[in-house]
Design a protein around this ligand. Structure first.
Ligand SMILES: NC(=O)c1ccc[n+]([C@@H]2O[C@H](COP(=O)([O-])OP(=O)(O)OC[C@H]3O[C@@H](n4cnc5c(N)ncnc54)[C@H](O)[C@@H]3O)[C@@H](O)[C@H]2O)c1
Ligand SMILES: O=C(O)C(=O)C[C@@H](O)[C@H](O)[C@H](O)COP(=O)(O)O
Ligand SMILES: [Zn+2]
Length: 351
């Protein structure tokens, strides 16, 4: 006997991304704001002035990518149980992508899943991390290896928060903006080459264009069965660098910048991109002070680490490569030697 279970009519998880000043937020349920000391010191009062709920818990995690781990998730879950949160309670991620990824993951597993809202406070999280429902943590094997797809019920990206962002963090956000442009939008890339993102109107345009690009990709492929993997451009290489350097030397966006330059070099070698196009990408990244070189200590170990990437199969590694500017190719057929040749150009001796 066979019994079919019809799961096609799933719950609608659509939501809106508001790129505007944070409105008054009123809830008839318990709310926990998950944040870190840096963000709460600068902006918690601003949020609390606009937040109304029967109970508001503030859960403060240590600041840093190195704390995007199980211990922090335990801290969040413990605080929720202590405060008697239940399935109708709501979490608010109030911070950058680290807080967003962890809050979303905690929301996805607390009592098998509760709602959460993203209030991203970094450029990187406004243009990328708060959108699309990828949540998770790192472990000793690598970056974002444990997690869940769990969409927020709303995203509030308020430009006000960006005024306090250190320049290095701002540049890290620009790296993900460049990623969206190189992979999906040649006009956007050309616009970025002449834009001045220190001007609020131009920054607002870059944020809006990036969010629209990402939202369109996620709407087509929420769980990364295909197209969404394009958003991993630069990350296959970047994640290895982040893990090798213990999440403390580089910011995520910085490793994405280096990773894009590495991917571009591979794309040029394969004839997918002109050397002049790769040069334009590098120049744009450098204009924002982003790193574009990394000295690989052990190219074999670097290559082996690709197999821990979530896009890898038993015997294949998937590379996300630009096709000129504004296009993308996903390739799982690149011979090891072709990749190794590129990695060797990034060793100390070669640079
Ligand atoms: N889920 C996704 O789709 C997705 C996409 C991109 C990146 N990410 C993840 O996001 C993380 C990187 O996010 P990030 O770059 O926002 O880093 P982050 O969350 O570590 O924030 C960067 C730093 O800025 C501080 N900060 C935050 N807001 C501030 C403000 N308004 N003013 C001053 N300082 C502020 C933070 O405390 C932190 O020290 C990585 O873990 C990455 O893997 C996830
Ligand atoms: O949303 C996506 O899809 C992305 O790939 C966005 C990336 O910027 C982000 O860093 C993501 O977390 C990396 O993908 P992962 O699946 O390796 O975690
Ligand atoms: Zn990223």
């Amino acid at each position: 006997m066979t019994v079919d279970i019809d799961l096609k009519k799933t719950v609608d998880t659509s939501y809106k991304i508001y790129i505007d000043a944070l409105p008054a937020l009123t809830f008839d349920k318990k709310v926990a704001v998950v944040t870190n000391p840096t963000v709460s010191g600068l902006h918690l009062d601003y949020l609390l002035e606009r937040l109304e709920a029967p109970a508001v818990e503030v859960i403060t995690l240590p600041d840093g990518e190195q704390y995007k781990n199980w211990e922090s998730i335990e801290t969040v879950l413990g605080a929720l149980f202590e405060a008697r949160f239940n399935r109708s309670s709501l979490l608010i991620a109030f911070g950058g992508g680290v807080i967003g990824d962890m809050t979303g993951f905690a929301a996805s597993i607390f009592q098998r899943g509760i709602d959460f809202i993203q209030i991203p406070t970094t450029l990187l999280s406004q243009v990328d991390a708060s959108v699309g429902g990828k949540t998770g943590i790192n472990n000793r094997y690598g970056k974002n290896l444990v997690g869940a797809f769990h969409q927020p019920i709303a995203v509030y990206a308020d430009p006000h928060f960006l005024a306090t962002l250190p320049p290095r963090e701002f540049a890290a956000g620009v790296a993900e903006i460049v990623k969206m442009a190189v992979t999906f939008d040649a006009d956007f890339f050309a616009w970025l080459e002449t834009a001045d993102l220190s001007k609020p109107e131009q920054l607002a345009e870059a944020v809006a264009r990036s969010v629209k690009t990402k939202a369109a990709v996620v709407a087509q492929d929420e769980k990364e069965r295909g197209l969404r993997a394009a958003l991993n451009y630069g990350h296959t290489f970047g994640h290895v660098i982040e893990n090798e350097t213990n999440y403390t030397t580089y910011l995520h966006g910085e490793t994405v910048a280096i990773g894009m330059v590495m991917a571009n070099r591979l794309a040029v070698a394969l004839g997918l991109m002109e050397a002049t196009e790769a040069e334009r990408v590098e120049q744009l990244l450098q204009r924002y002070g982003l790193p574009v070189r990394y000295a690989i200590a052990d190219v074999d170990a670097f290559y082996e680490a690709f197999f821990l990437d979530k896009k890898s199969g038993d015997n294949s590694i998937t590379f996300i490569l630009p096709q000129h500017l504004g296009g993308v190719e996903m390739r799982s057929d690149i011979p090891r030697e072709a990749v190794m040749d590129i990695l060797r150009t990034f060793t100390e001796a070669a640079q």
